[in-house]
Design a protein around this ligand. Structure first.
Ligand SMILES: Cc1cc2nc3c(=O)[nH]c(=O)nc-3n(C[C@H](O)[C@H](O)[C@H](O)COP(=O)(O)O)c2cc1C
Length: 262
């Protein structure tokens, strides 16, 4: 696409193909109450002086408070903090009851169990279309040595899950499955009892094996994405590696369409 009137969703999806970490940006309102929102637009900017930035939507309920705050903190979420990310992205009444936090050395709320945090003074608020860029000067930080939570194409991914998949694959008898999405629905197999499309792992490249199987099964172009889950089944005692996958245009064969994923 190369027109000024881009389809907003298509542009958003294309931006979303850039894998990022996930942060929660926090501050205090004038009454001293903590506020915060999930953001993946974090970027480190400069070492000397120490600067970072995050983009804030003008539609944010916290827009006025955030842009007038004398500082803010960026909490880099660790791979166990998917729930924290979801809480701070939804209109939850008391978002801060979901985390253990304290005021950082410069005053903004910093969370426990993060990969890292940066407590900043407000350096600049820069106009940027339907967002503003909050540029912060780092006044204090902590690096907790934990793996960060990853985010791409609307899904979370974690280094730990990838490691688990590698050891499961080394175990031998592995079943590969897919949460196969297409036009907002998950494609399942079966009539009364629905199940995820699955195949045995027969070589060292699980996504390629699964992709070829799904293509053959559905007749659709399929792209296999990030890991969804890795587990050992109590029923069959086998290792299961589940990937996210998306199906392209065309009419799927042999599969039933379930409700949209939650
Ligand atoms: C992974 C993820 C990343 C997000 N990144 C941003 C971002 O960088 N900037 C932003 O303004 N909103 C971002 N959002 C959306 C906000 O977190 C969401 O709109 C939130 O409800 C805003 O809260 P507020 O209106 O209380 O400020 C993101 C959401 C998710 C799930």
């Amino acid at each position: 696409m190369s027109d000024a009137n881009f389809d907003a969703r298509a542009l958003r999806n294309a931006f979303g193909s850039f894998p990022t970490g996930v942060t929660v940006v926090t501050a205090h309102d004038p009454a001293g109450q903590p506020i915060g929102f999930t953001a993946n637009s974090f970027t480190s900017v400069s070492l000397d002086p120490p600067l970072l930035l995050v983009c804030l939507a003008k539609t944010s309920r916290n827009f006025a408070v955030m842009t007038e705050a004398h500082g803010f903190a960026v909490n880099i979420l660790s791979e166990t903090q998917k729930d924290v990310s979801n809480t701070f992205a939804r209109p939850v009444e008391d978002r801060f009851s979901a985390v253990e936090w304290k005021a950082g050395p410069h005053g903004a709320p910093v969370f426990d169990h993060t990969a890292a945090w940066f407590d900043c003074s407000m350096e600049q608020v820069i106009e940027a279309g339907d967002h503003v860029i909050l540029m912060g000067r780092v006044r204090a930080f902590a690096d907790n040595g934990l793996n960060g939570l990853g985010y791409a194409k609307g899904s979370y991914f974690t280094p730990a899950l990838a490691g688990k998949a590698v050891s499961a694959a080394a175990d031998g008898a592995v079943e590969l499955s897919a949460v196969l999405e297409r036009n907002g629905s998950v494609l399942m197999l079966g009539d009364e009892r629905l199940s995820l499309p699955s195949c045995a792992m027969d070589d060292a490249d699980p996504p390629a094996t699964l992709g070829a199987y799904l293509k053959e099964l559905t007749g659709l172009p399929v792209s296999v994405g990030f890991l969804y889950s890795v587990y050992e089944s109590r029923t069959d005692g086998r290792q299961h590696i589940v990937y996210r996958a998306s199906g392209g245009e065309g009419s799927p064969q042999k599969v039933a369409s379930s409700n949209p994923p939650t």
